[in-house]
Design a protein around this ligand. Structure first.
Ligand code: GRF
Length: 217
């Protein structure tokens, strides 16, 4: 068996997606292991949970750095020292500079609670409801310098119901996020994808339907 990919998860808060990755990675056959969880907010609840699980954690308070570049320089040093292969952003609420993204190009993934390229950015669920769309969802993609852009690894469609509030929709989508992120990371870590311009081609034995995945509600 090839060596498991070494994954760092970057969070800023609750960390429920991080948790889904950590739990999935416990399976013996999973192609990735979580070697460190880093938060730019040292008091993030997700960081405390990861620590309880015995995972190496680091609180790297961005407010303590004189610039974004200094913060990212330290972050990059930590990731390199931990011999990280893949960076998984999971509710990491800091914009990353093109320089940092370039250092981790095609080695960094993110989850966003919309069917990209629709509804990039913040306050996604409010905007989805205001737009009146009937199908929402979530996307796992490779990170590019522009926010919420990059080749798509996996998506899940989630219905919008009459009477939904942003919180109700967010909760329904979050369930789907917890299903696709571990699958997308496994796909990415298993070297069964090819990046073709802005698209991702899936090869090998992994189910190609993953990218059209709609989880049961
Ligand atoms: C998720 O909805 C994720 O898609 C977005 O931020 C939220 C983070 O939630 N990027 P959690 O911290 O993983 O619970």
């Amino acid at each position: 068996m090839t060596a498991k990919k070494r994954v760092a998860i970057l969070i800023s808060g609750r960390g429920s997606n991080m948790r889904s990755l950590v739990e999935a990675a416990r399976a013996p056959g999973y192609p990735a292991e979580i070697v460190i969880v880093v938060s730019n907010r040292p008091d993030a609840p997700g960081l405390a949970w990861a620590k309880e699980q015995g995972i190496p954690t680091l609180g790297l308070d961005h407010g303590h750095y004189e610039s974004r570049e200094h913060f990212e320089g330290q972050l990059h040093a930590v990731l390199t020292a931990s011999r990280v292969d893949i960076v998984a952003l999971a509710g990491f609420m800091r914009l990353l500079t093109p320089d940092f993204v370039g250092k981790w190009l095609n080695r960094m993934i993110n989850i966003h609670p919309s069917l990209l390229p629709a509804f990039k950015g913040l306050k996604t669920h409010e905007r989805v409801l205001a737009a009146g769309v009937r199908i929402a969802g979530c996307t796992v993609h490779l990170v590019r310098p522009a926010m919420d852009e990059g080749p798509i690894l996996a998506q899940a469609a989630v219905p919008v119901f009459d009477g939904d509030t942003p919180d109700m929709l967010a909760a329904r989508i979050l369930k789907a996020e917890h299903q696709i992120y571990p699958q997308a990371l496994a796909l990415f870590a298993s070297d069964q994808i090819k990046i073709d311009g802005e698209s991702i081609r899936i090869s090998g034995s992994i189910n190609q339907e993953l990218t059209l995945f709609s989880p049961p509600l």
